[in-house]
Design a protein around this ligand. Structure first.
Ligand code: UD1
Ligand code: CA
Length: 466
């Protein structure tokens, strides 16, 4: 199918979203709708994609990052008009079929796109409209069929008669057209528009269907298996509804794969994440991006894991973890933040209230309380006392700290980077370590305690001593 092309209509304003951003960048499961639609086209077998931009075109184009062809629709005069702007693109693919998708129907999927294409070529259709039966057809174009079931035309909400309005098979806004037929039909839409004497100049892409049928060519409405593929996002309530459908679909898929999600409350899992068997995901947990979580883990409650690798048997309780690896059986939390580029070793214990950044922690090291470790390489079996910190930043540059295996950092040890603490070393509580500590040493870096006996009595009288 690689010789086919796709056009994505994304010029609309999305007024009802009440947003300062273009509607197609609104996110479903943390992915902008435009990306989901492009993915449906690509995974549906299409390589050449062109996007029609208009409202806030610069922002949409910047998002696309030059990866796809774009054409600008200066004035928004309807879906037919949007397609007319891409005439050059369509001409370049004259002997192919073109997939047209709308930028605001994020649940259209590649399986439906492919199945519709099969129907399109098998029946040698000039156009194949993807339709679905929905509970509430309001707002959608209705699929009008003849008595024998043959597809005749699409009646838009504004023009539909009462009898047509009760039809619940609707147009998804996605179609396969023969490119040459579409080019011809676009010329015909103008005529149709004049014929209808509409008050506002608007060119409906749906009118192309009638033009095609009038020419004696075959048009077909292919009914999709799932009604969700037609769901459009026009306001934030619909955005939430679409998110809910997508969210549950992913959660159910994970449950059927052996992941326990005892309550779905606040649980969102990316469709691109992989989670192993017997792992439990607790409420309030968000798994984003391409995260991979192993088996027998407990993730949550209230955790965020993004683009990370979590090995088997890990516990994350109230943890935020970004772009990092956490190795087998580590017990992290509560209240731990793991910022990008960390490698937390096997069996590590961390938390409460601990932050790691750009740091490697060796196996079975314990960082149990109130600590910041940034830009550091810690070995194995280290014990980090309460309230330790790496001073990794001098206001301009960042430096690394190295602590070797079996070290014991007393409470409130500050490691002023760059600095190295050798194997088996101890640091005294309250030390500010500014110089390297050789293997097997104790470092004390604080002033000795001074006790001034009866100091208070000599200072007499204090208010409270009157
Ligand atoms: C359209 C269909 C309707 C279908 C519905 C499915 C027409 C006339 N109607 O209606 O049959 O059931 O989609 O969601 O096509 N757009 C542009 N330029 C424009 C106008 C729209 O690029 O000038 C884009 C929008 O950004 C949007 C898509 O086309 O992504 C659909 O436009 P919209 O105005 O939402 O059409 P609907 O009224 O929903
Ligand atoms: Ca719409």
């Amino acid at each position: 199918m690689s010789s086919n092309c796709a056009l994505i209509l994304a010029a609309g304003e999305g007024t009802r979203m009440k947003s300062s951003k273009p509607k197609v960048l609104a996110e479903v499961l943390f992915t902008p709708m435009i990306d989901l639609i492009i993915r449906a086209a690509k995974e549906g077998g299409v390589d050449n994609i062109c996007v029609v931009t208009g409202h806030q075109s610069e922002i949409v184009e910047e998002h696309l990052g030059g990866k796809y062809r774009t054409v600008k629709q200066e004035k928004r005069l309807g879906t037919g008009h949007a397609v007319m702007q891409a005439k050059e693109f369509i001409k370049e693919h004259l002997h192919e079929n073109i997939l047209i998708l709308t930028g605001d129907c994020p649940l259209m999927d590649s399986a439906t796109v492919k199945a519709a294409y099969e129907a399109h070529v098998t029946h040698r259709n000039a156009v194949t409209v993807i339709s679905a039966k929905v509970d509430n057809p309001f707002g959608y174009g209705r699929i009008i069929r003849a008595k024998d079931g043959k597809f005749k035309r699409i009646a838009e909400e504004k023009e539909a008669t009462q009898a047509e309005k009760i039809i619940n098979e609707v147009n998804s806004g996605a179609y396969w057209f023969s490119c040459s037929v579409l080019l011809d039909a676009l010329e015909g839409i103008v005529a149709m528009h004049d014929k209808k004497k509409l008050p506002n100049v608007e060119y409906y892409l749906t009118d192309a269907i009638e033009v095609i049928i009038d020419k004696g060519l075959t048009a077909m409405a292919y009914e999709a298996d799932s009604p969700n593929v037609v769901l459009g996002v026009n306001d934030r309530i619909q955005l939430m509804e679409v998110n809910e459908i997508a969210r549950k679909e992913v959660l159910f898929k994970n449950m059927l794969n052996g992941v326990s999600i005892p309550s779905m409350d606040g649980v969102v899992i990316s469709p691109d994440a992989k989670i192993g068997r017997d792992t439990v995901i607790l409420p309030g947990t968000i798994v984003k991006g391409t995260t991979v979580i192993g088996e027998n883990c407990t993730i949550g409650p209230y955790s965020i894991v993004e683009d990370s690798v979590i090995e088997d048997g890990v516990t994350l309780n109230n943890v935020h973890c970004y772009s990092s690896t956490i190795r087998k059986n580590a017990k992290i939390g509560p209240y731990v933040r793991i910022r990008p580029n960390c490698d937390i070793g096997e069996g590590v214990k961390a938390g409460n209230f601990v932050e790691f950044k750009n740091t490697k922690i060796g196996s079975h090291t314990s960082v149990a309380h109130l600590t910041y470790i940034g830009d550091a390489d810690f070995g194995s079996n280290i014990n980090v006392g309460c309230g330790c910190a790496t001073a990794n930043y001098n206001g301009k540059e960042k430096f690394r700290t190295k602590v070797d295996d079996n070290a014991f950092l007393g409470c409130s040890t500050y490691l002023v980077a760059p600095v190295n603490v050798g194997k088996n070393c101890y640091t005294a509580a309250g030390s500010v370590i500014t110089e390297d500590v050789p293997d097997n040493s104790l470092a004390i870096a604080r002033s000795r305690q001074v006790v001034k006996k009866n100091w208070i009595i000599k200072k007499k009288p204090y208010k409270w001593q009157k």
